[in-house]
Design a protein around this ligand. Structure first.
Ligand code: 2BA
Length: 109
């Protein structure tokens, strides 16, 4: 068995969730925050059999799209601009960041 963790953009959350349910995958959805942009994203936790992982990855890839987000300038409270981002910067995000982990045990009580 594998545990798949998929970090996706919030815009893709609903269509992916619908597709996962329709595909018979059991999922848990977590509200998460990207460390770099500090913007909300969504992490899906999906436990599945080894032979279904390829289908799952295909489904995630199909529903998650890459987009450009603007990283806003950061302001310095003390007026010292050294090291601060002074202009908006385009950052390419996604489609999805996916981790596939081996599961040692799965118990469902
Ligand atoms: P964020 O950390 O907010 O990152 C958003 C996007 O910013 C990233 O898109 C990447 O293009 C860029 N970025 C991230 N860290 C950077 C850095 N140190 N320097 C320059 N650019 C950087 P993605 O790579 O598609 O990642 C989307 C989201 O997936 C991330 O949001 C984070 O929540 C998660 N993620 C990505 N890689 C991860 C990893 N190795 N471990 C855990 N979470 C990860």
């Amino acid at each position: 068995m594998k545990l798949v963790l998929a970090v996706v953009q919030d815009q893709d959350r609903n269509s992916l969730q619908d597709a996962l349910v329709e595909g018979g995958f059991h999922t848990t959805k977590l509200a998460s925050t990207g460390g770099f942009l500090r913007a909300g994203n969504t992490t899906f936790m999906i436990g599945t059999e080894d032979d279904k992982v390829d289908d799952l990855l295909q489904l995630i890839g199909h529903h998650c799209h890459s987009r450009t987000q603007v990283m806003a300038p950061l302001s310095s409270l003390d007026g010292n601009a050294d090291g601060y981002l002074m202009h908006p910067v385009d950052v390419e995000v996604g489609g999805a960041t996916v981790f596939v982990l081996d599961v040692d045990q799965f118990r469902h009580f």
